[in-house]
Design a protein around this ligand. Structure first.
Ligand SMILES: [Zn+2]
Length: 230
């Protein structure tokens, strides 16, 4: 039996590669008669007939508790942030400050740790799914402690309307290995929903971050409280 990479219990739950609320936001009328289409390495045009389709899930690598009760605050924080970014009037663009205070009001600090934890959970599931040797024991330890994993930073990138036909995208992990020790020194991964891309980057202590965006990315421990769109 596979085990939950967060707590070590039996893994009987499969995490969504793309959060169901994100799929519904972008494809509100998805059903058997009007599917969306998934393209992946080696496969194209696989129909997706609902936000909970198996094709949008990882193989089981979490237990029910970690994938539901434990991670619910993380999922909810991202769901709220994604909706507020998408519905912002006027629409947000590169260089704009993300109004975190308005979005999360008094829970801003805690909520942003939760957003960071949401992407830490996804990065861990991706690492398991594709056998990428990232330090998931550390990811798990910080998730269980309610803390932000120190090696991960997240950046938000605005995608100009009409510049891409891809509505939702879960990227491959790009990684660089340290030649001396053979371990992954830095890795980056992308999650796209509509007009926004989240770049999640990992760097071992002492290594520069591999990144595709201008800004360094954001971590809850940063002194600066502002968060801008790249
Ligand atoms: Zn668990």
């Amino acid at each position: 039996m596979p085990i939950c990479w967060i707590c070590g219990a039996v893994a009987d739950s499969a995490e969504h590669m793309v959060k169901a609320s994100d799929v519904r936001a972008i494809f509100p009328s998805l059903n058997h008669r009007s599917p969306a289409f998934r393209h992946s390495q080696g496969r194209t045009n696989e129909p997706v007939r609902g936000a909970n389709a198996l094709i949008l899930k990882f193989r089981p690598s979490l237990c029910q508790h970690c994938n539901n009760a434990r991670s619910q605050p993380w999922d909810r924080a991202w769901e709220l942030l994604e909706r507020k970014l998408r519905e912002a009037k006027p629409p947000l663009k590169a260089g704009d400050r993300i109004p975190l205070g308005r979005i999360f009001s008094s829970n801003r600090t805690e909520s942003m740790v939760h957003v960071h934890q949401f992407f830490t959970k996804l990065m861990g599931c991706i690492a398991i799914e594709h056998n990428i040797p990232l330090p998931i024991a550390s990811f798990a330890q910080h998730l269980k402690a309610g803390a932000a994993e120190p090696t991960l930073r997240i950046a938000f990138v605005h995608i100009p309307p009409g510049s891409s036909k891809i509505k939702i995208h879960v990227g491959n992990v790009h990684a660089k290995t340290d030649k001396v020790t053979g371990v992954i020194a830095t890795a980056v991964w992308h999650y796209v929903v509509g007009s926004f891309c989240v770049e999640v980057s990992y760097a071992r202590a002492g290594f520069a971050q591999l990144r595709f965006v201008r800004r360094l990315g954001w971590h809850p421990d940063d002194v600066s409280r502002t968060w801008k769109l790249d």
